[in-house]
Design a protein around this ligand. Structure first.
Ligand code: FAD
Length: 319
């Protein structure tokens, strides 16, 4: 097309709309330069393996992420029916065989206080000093959560119990989009405050995909008098269908744009991984631009996406 023709023909409607949005859209120069900000503090979450193949996958994940020197790595308990023994074995092996600091997840589900205390004492004696204290979800097949008779009823009770056993560092769960059974956002924050008042020194959030939702949540938490760090939980998504299903249960919203991004990729794992990296990188960089400098990654025992996103945040392997 010549310049003369260009001047004469009016732009097609969609071109006019595109030009209009280019001319009137916000002017954002760049996300902050990585050289201007220190690398963030990182932590990684793993789940205990149930088979030998999964065991190999976990340890290759641990080894790949170890050089990034996370502040701690945590090992879940109970989700998907895993046993306390597996969590214990994984945590103590991390302690023995790596340079990492492990944190053990502990829940109130299906055990008396004495039994939970016994597990906690076992961790203390093994040298584990960090517990992620949770209520836990009801076992599969049980509709709602019922405290075990004689057990710790809620996470705040568990935090208080743990503090009686040893001076553990304790992290607890927080919900930027409100826990699904909380009666209101205010009562959910009251509950978080109770856990902090009982002795927790950090909150780690349920995963979320909308950065402003997290930023509003920390504003509300500060207004409610919560001053401990609230670390965003980041879930790099590669299996969109699975995450959409799980999110419906745990109260995390999956934005429409995300469905659009993964549209048509069900049979194309390679492209899904690339899209996943872009989605998570945009999310963490936006949080970082807003001053967030601590991140907790749900690795799902797959290191590559977490490694790439941590790299984008400025983390580099250390000798
Ligand atoms: C970072 C993170 C890690 C997790 N790891 C695991 C894991 O390893 N294993 C696992 O099974 N699950 C795990 N979960 C999921 C967690 O167990 C569930 O979200 C569970 O439903 C709530 O746990 P909580 O510790 O937040 O509960 P709590 O803080 O005890 O409270 C959750 C809800 O219980 C109700 N509640 C609390 N106190 C009271 C009270 N005194 N009276 C009446 N109602 C009350 C409220 O509705 C409240 O919103 C994790 C979640 C997160 C965010």
């Amino acid at each position: 097309m010549t310049g003369a023709m260009n001047e004469m023909s009016p732009p097609a409607p969609h071109q006019a709309k595109t030009l209009q949005s280019w001319l009137t859209g916000p002017r954002v120069g760049a996300l902050p330069s990585l050289t201007a900000m220190p690398a963030p503090l990182l932590s990684f979450e793993f789940f205990p393996p149930r088979t030998e193949a999964l065991e190999a996958q976990l340890w290759s994940c641990v080894k790949r992420l170890e050089p990034l020197r996370p502040r701690f790595v945590s090992v879940t308990y109970g989700a998907g029916g895993t046993t306390q023994a597996r969590t214990h074995a994984t945590v103590t092996r991390i302690l023995r065989e790596t340079s990492l600091t492990p944190a053990a997840h502990l829940t109130c589900v299906g055990a008396t206080r004495e039994e939970v205390d016994e597990v906690a004492r076992g961790y203390w004696e093994a040298g584990v000093r960090h517990i992620v204290a949770l209520r836990g979800d009801p076992p599969a097949g049980q509709a709602g959560y019922e405290p075990h008779p004689g057990g710790y009823a809620y996470a705040a009770d568990l935090v208080a119990g743990l503090k009686r056993i040893g001076d553990f560092e304790i992290s607890v769960a927080a919900y930027p989009e409100v826990h699904p059974t909380a009666s209101s956002p205010e009562t959910d924050l009251d509950n978080l405050k109770r856990k902090i008042d009982a002795g927790a020194t950090r909150a780690i959030t349920q995963y979320f995909f909308d950065a402003p939702t997290f930023l509003r949540f920390i504003d509300r938490a500060h207004a409610a008098g919560i001053t401990v760090p609230i670390v965003p939980g980041i879930l790099p998504v590669t299996n969109f269908a699975q995450v959409a299903k799980f999110s419906a249960m745990c109260g995390a919203k999956v934005p429409d744009w995300m469905g659009k991004l993964f549209e048509g990729l069900d049979e194309d794992a390679e492209t899904r991984r690339m899209v996943a990296a872009v989605v998570a990188a945009e999310q963490v960089r936006l949080l970082q631009a807003n001053g967030v400098d601590e991140f907790h990654f749900y690795t799902l025992n797959r290191p590559d996406l977490t490694y790439a996103i941590a790299h984008i945040l400025g983390a580099r392997p250390q000798g």
